[in-house]
Design a protein around this ligand. Structure first.
Ligand code: GLY
Length: 565
């Protein structure tokens, strides 16, 4: 163990619970007025355009991020949302903060609500229909992000989304494919099918789609803010009509939370990411800490050694994820799991020549060390130095399938991110612990990892979609940029791997491993499974001279743009 090697990794904050409820007086974090310059990367070109339009009009990065998120709720309805929730990291000059607008469990939620009287899991109950939906966080969260960091009037920010819903947008191949893929889910709910399966078929790519109910909801949101969505009875009625328990009180009482970012150093860079209830920042901090301790940056870039260590550090970090949950209900002192002592002990247990079977890797016990993935990530920078990384989700494509009649949007199925039954993997195969059990008003554990890293005047905002693969996708692009000095394009394009403790396997993108590397990993005891794609990372970067760059992941149809293009 060589402590000096990893002294660079330290946490600025001692606890995982530093938080303040939203609705403060407007605070000015703005160091300079927006300049009209900026960069946007997200999952759909029409939403990127919405962000660029706001930046050109003198909006801040936060203004543009909110406009992009709302545009995604229209043109990318399988993941973009008003009926879901998310997280955002905002950096302006030296000030970094994070906003948690994760969904909460309804007040009527109970520990065993997804079990039948015999203690068996009720099939699909946490994934399909009203019971699967948490209280949406996006309406209040996006408004709050603008309230604190916005520059232009709120109404102006919502306009691009209203226009897209009212006047129409072009159906993408991906939207067509998502509707086709989820036809069974969508046809279970007549109101949903009426919109998304007109004439019983998915909308054709290239056709223009209008969403008048959503346009009206967005217009009311532009006038009255979140109250327009959260104080009515439409969401509670939709939930009740389909077996759910959301009440008007659950909705009107929902509050996003400003939290101190999870800050650490890695490979000479400062990093700020999400605290609990997202595990994303935790996994980044712990696994980057182990890599630095192991001298990962000094290993050859190609070949088996780096890949082996990535799998081994993720195996351990995802094992500790088992202990995590809503910070308000955490029995474990999570700061210890990110302390140098535990990171060093974990790293010391890694055999450089042999995979450790996951059955032998246990979460911290207190005695040691004294793709579905209907998520969407957007990154924005403005010309005055502000950056936003924002990840938002419905959980599965089209969430729980329930369409809010009259309001034009779908509800999430985020309740499946809780532990529905001990030992049962969730939608993403994650095995989670009691700290993440269902409880009234609790926030379910997430993997979303919006992240901003900086060194001197250079800074990077990034994140991904991909459920449990979000932290590992985000981390690989970050490593390519900060350790290997890749261009944004090369970093985003580079094939990825993933490991999440259980199941005990490396998932590798097809073509990510040549035969020799694959055989070498297998020789070390790894099981390898191939998959089409891992994550979808959208990233913007400010270079030390102030120039901006943006890249959208070619694994999706996303688009990146700069205002001067
Ligand atoms: N629903 C996926 C996540 O929050 O990690």
């Amino acid at each position: 163990m060589r402590p000096a090697q990893f002294i660079a990794l330290f946490l600025f904050a001692a606890t995982m619970s530093l938080a303040s409820c939203a609705r403060p007086a407007r605070l000015s974090h703005r160091a300079a007025s927006p300049t009209g310059a900026g960069a946007v990367a997200c999952a759909e070109a029409a939403a990127t355009d919405a962000g660029l339009e706001i930046l050109r009009s003198g909006g801040s990065a936060a203004d543009a991020a909110v406009a992009v998120a709302l545009a995604l709720a229209v043109v990318h309805p399988q993941a973009g949302n008003l009926g879901g929730g998310g997280f955002a990291v905002v950096k302006n000059g030296g000030a970094v903060t994070t906003l948690d607008f994760r969904e909460t469990a309804p007040r009527a939620a109970t520990h065993d609500m997804f079990l039948d009287p015999d203690g068996k899991v009720i099939p699909e109950a946490s994934l399909v229909g009203g019971l699967a939906a948490g209280v949406p966080g996006s309406p209040a969260g996006l408004f709050e992000l603008h309230h604190r960091h916005g520059f232009l009037p709120w109404r102006a920010i919502v306009q691009p989304a209203i226009r897209l819903a009212r006047d129409g947008f072009t159906v993408s191949q991906r939207l067509h494919d998502a509707v086709e893929w989820e036809t069974d889910l969508l046809t279970r709910f007549p109101e949903t099918a009426a919109v998304w399966l007109p004439e019983g078929k998915p909308p054709e790519p290239g056709t223009v789609m209008r969403l008048p109910e959503l346009a009206a909801t967005l217009a009311a949101y532009a006038e009255r803010g979140p109250e327009a969505i959260m104080s009515g009875s439409a969401v509670a009625s939709a939930s009740r009509d389909h077996g759910g328990v959301l009440t008007t009180a659950d909705l009107s009482d929902y509050r996003p939370v400003w939290r101190e970012p999870l800050r650490f150093r890695a490979f000479g860079w400062e990093v700020a990411s999400m605290r609990l209830p997202s595990s994303g920042g935790f996994i980044l901090a712990q696994s980057l800490g182990m890599l630095e301790h192991l001298g990962w940056d000094r290993l050859p870039r190609e070949g088996v050694d780096r890949l082996h260590l990535l799998a081994e550090v993720w195996r351990r970090a995802y094992s500790d994820r088992f202990l995590l949950g809503d910070p308000a209900r955490m029995p474990t002192d999570v700061s210890r799991l990110l302390g140098l002592e535990w990171i060093a002990a974990r790293a010391a247990g890694i055999d450089r020549a042999r995979a450790t079977p996951s059955a032998q890797v246990h979460p911290w016990s207190g005695s040691e060390a004294g793709e579905a993935a209907a998520t969407v990530h957007l990154s924005v920078a403005d010309g005055a130095g502000e950056m936003v990384a924002l990840t938002s989700t419905l959980n599965g494509w089209f969430g729980c399938g329930v369409y809010v009649k009259g309001a034009g949007f779908l509800l999430n199925n985020e309740m499946d991110d809780f532990v529905v039954s001990p030992g049962r993997p969730n939608l993403f195969g994650l095995v989670q612990g009691e700290a993440n059990s269902v409880a009234p008003e609790a926030r379910m554990l997430s993997s979303m990892s919006p992240t901003i890293a900086w060194r001197g005047s250079e800074s990077i905002a990034l994140g991904s979609r991909g459920g449990s693969r979000i932290p590992t996708s985000t981390m690989q692009v970050l490593l390519d940029l900060i350790v290997d000095g890749d261009s944004l394009r090369a970093a985003v394009d580079r094939p990825r791997i993933h490991h999440q403790w259980l199941p005990d396997q490396i998932t590798a993108e097809r073509g990510a491993l040549d035969d020799t590397t694959r055989a070498a990993l297998e020789m070390r005891g790894h099981t390898i499974r191939e998959d089409e794609e891992i994550g979808e990372v959208n990233v913007v970067r400010r270079l030390s001279g102030g120039e901006l760059e943006a890249a959208a992941d070619a694994r999706g149809p996303g688009a990146a743009g700069l205002t001067n293009q």
